[in-house]
Ligand binder design. Structure first.
Ligand SMILES: [Zn+2]
Length: 282
């Protein structure tokens, strides 16, 4: 597979605070060159960044052609103030402010809009998210406003109801997508939503002792089962490592191994179908 549809140049897979500090004055070009070289060495020719507010993804996009890489960035991810994502994104307090940020991203040359609409998995407790997702009416408006501006929309979303709502209102890709159920997956499959499960952020925790091992193993099992079920429904899946997240280094190829575990020998052909759509829309 020659693309990574979800990564964060600003992060380093080790320590997010130190990683962000590295770029706080201006994007650290030496770091970016090194990461791009890793991707090139692994045969990657397309990267889609999850965004950051320090201009690191934008700088990477500028440097990427030297490495034969097409690089897409939303500039900063947009998040509702007080909810998950504020550490890396730009905050809005209401839809009017969100619309202004979307217009601003248009003007500053963002390639797409990234929205944060749910919390994270609690890796110590199977089935638990760090917070509830945003209300469906709001999710609908976030997607609608971005589409009206001509952008495709990437959504950080976990939890069946949040993901189902985003899919119903036409989100272009769902990132992570923990704890999906049949109804959520059916809606995604019907709407042609591309799911980027970023299994590496879970699987790469195994044996590290950072979180409760039984919880990590249960979360991983449920993700792999859902991926396999979703593929069986004809759903679209694309590879994204979430490189930069803890234990996921830039240029890491672990995502393909996890996806092969879920999809068997068809992994390559299934993923390339979804990846093609990501590269067309984003
Ligand atoms: Zn991410």
């Amino acid at each position: 597979m020659n693309c990574d549809c979800h990564m964060h140049m600003v992060l380093d897979g080790i320590d997010w605070r130190a990683a962000i500090a590295r770029h706080s004055q201006k994007p650290n070009e030496a770091f970016i060159h090194k990461a791009l070289e890793e991707y090139r060495r692994n045969g990657i020719t397309y990267l889609r960044d999850g965004g950051d507010r320090w201009g690191v993804g934008a700088k990477a996009r500028e440097l990427a052609p030297q490495y034969g890489i097409t690089y897409r960035t939303p500039l900063a991810p947009l998040c509702q103030k007080g909810h998950y994502g504020g550490f890396i994104g730009e905050n809005y307090v209401n839809l009017k402010e969100y619309a202004r940020l979307v217009a601003d991203i248009r003007q500053r040359g963002g390639d797409f809009i990234k929205i944060m609409i749910s919390g994270l998995m609690d890796f110590d407790r199977f089935g638990v998210l760090t917070e509830e997702g945003l209300p469906e009416a709001q999710i609908k408006e976030l997607i609608h406003i971005a589409h009206e501006e001509g952008f495709s929309v990437m959504a950080h979303a976990n939890g069946a109801r949040t993901v189902e709502a985003a899919a119903r209102w036409g989100v272009d890709s769902v990132e992570h997508g923990a704890y999906l159920d049949e109804a959520a997956m059916q809606t995604m499959a019907q709407m042609g939503t591309v799911w980027v499960p970023t299994v590496s952020t879970i699987g790469n925790l195994l044996g590290k002792g950072r979180f409760r091992e039984e919880a990590v193993a249960a979360i991983l099992d449920s993700a792999l089962q859902n991926i396999s079920d979703f593929a069986a429904m004809g759903g679209l899946l694309a590879p994204g490592t979430d490189a930069g997240a803890w234990a996921v280094p830039h240029g890491s190829m672990t995502e393909f191994l996890w996806m092969e575990k879920a999809l068997g020998k068809d992994a390559e052909s299934i993923l390339s179908r979804g990846a093609k759509i990501i590269q067309k829309k984003f």
